[in-house]
Design a protein around this ligand. Structure first.
Ligand code: HEM
Length: 110
C-alpha cells in the first residue's frame, strides 16, 4: 500500500513538474533578452505572490519526486531497507524542501 502511494505520488509530482519546467524555460528565454541581472530577476520576483506560488510548488514537487525516486535507487542499489531507507528518503525530502523554500523566500520576500 505504501509503495503504491509512493508510486502515485511520484507520478503526480512529475505531472505537476512538467508544465512548471516549461514555464521556467519560457521565462528564462524571455528574461535573458538584453542581458540578465540580479536586479531584473528580483524586480520580477520580490513581493510577488504568484511567483512565490510558482516556485514554491516547483520546490515541493521536486522534493517529493526526487526523494521517492532516490528511495527506489537506495533500495535497489544500496540494499537499504525499512526504517533506514524511509529515514534517509525523508531526510532527502526535508533537505530539498528546506533549501528550496529558503531560496524561494529569499527571492520573493520584500
Ligand atoms: C521536470 C522535472 C521532472 C519530470 C517531468 C520527471 C518525470 C519523471 C517520471 C514520469 C518518472 C517515472 C518514470 C517511470 O515510469 O519509470 C520519473 C522517475 C524518476 N525521477 Fe523524475 N522527473 C523530473 C525531475 C526529477 C528530478 C529533479 C529528480 C532528482 C533526483 C528525479 C528523479 C527520478 C528518479 C530517481 C526516478 C526513477 C524512480 C523509479 O525508477 O522508481 N526526477 N521522473
Amino acid at each position: 500500500m505504501t509503495e503504491l502511494r509512493l508510486y502515485m505520488a511520484q507520478r503526480l509530482s512529475a505531472l505537476v513538474m512538467a508544465p512548471l519546467v516549461l514555464g521556467h524555460i519560457a521565462v528564462m528565454i524571455y528574461a535573458i533578452q538584453g542581458g540578465l541581472s540580479a536586479a531584473e530577476i528580483l524586480g520580477r520576483t520580490q513581493g510577488s505572490v504568484l511567483w512565490a506560488l510558482f516556485y514554491g510548488s516547483f520546490v515541493i514537487a521536486v522534493s517529493v519526486h526526487a526523494a521517492i525516486g532516490l528511495r527506489t535507487i537506495l533500495y535497489e542499489w544500496a540494499g537499504m531497507r525499512g526504517g533506514v531507507l524511509n529515514g534517509v528518503a525523508l531526510g532527502i525530502c526535508a533537505l530539498l524542501l528546506a533549501m528550496g523554500l529558503q531560496a524561494v523566500y529569499a527571492v520573493t520576500a520584500t
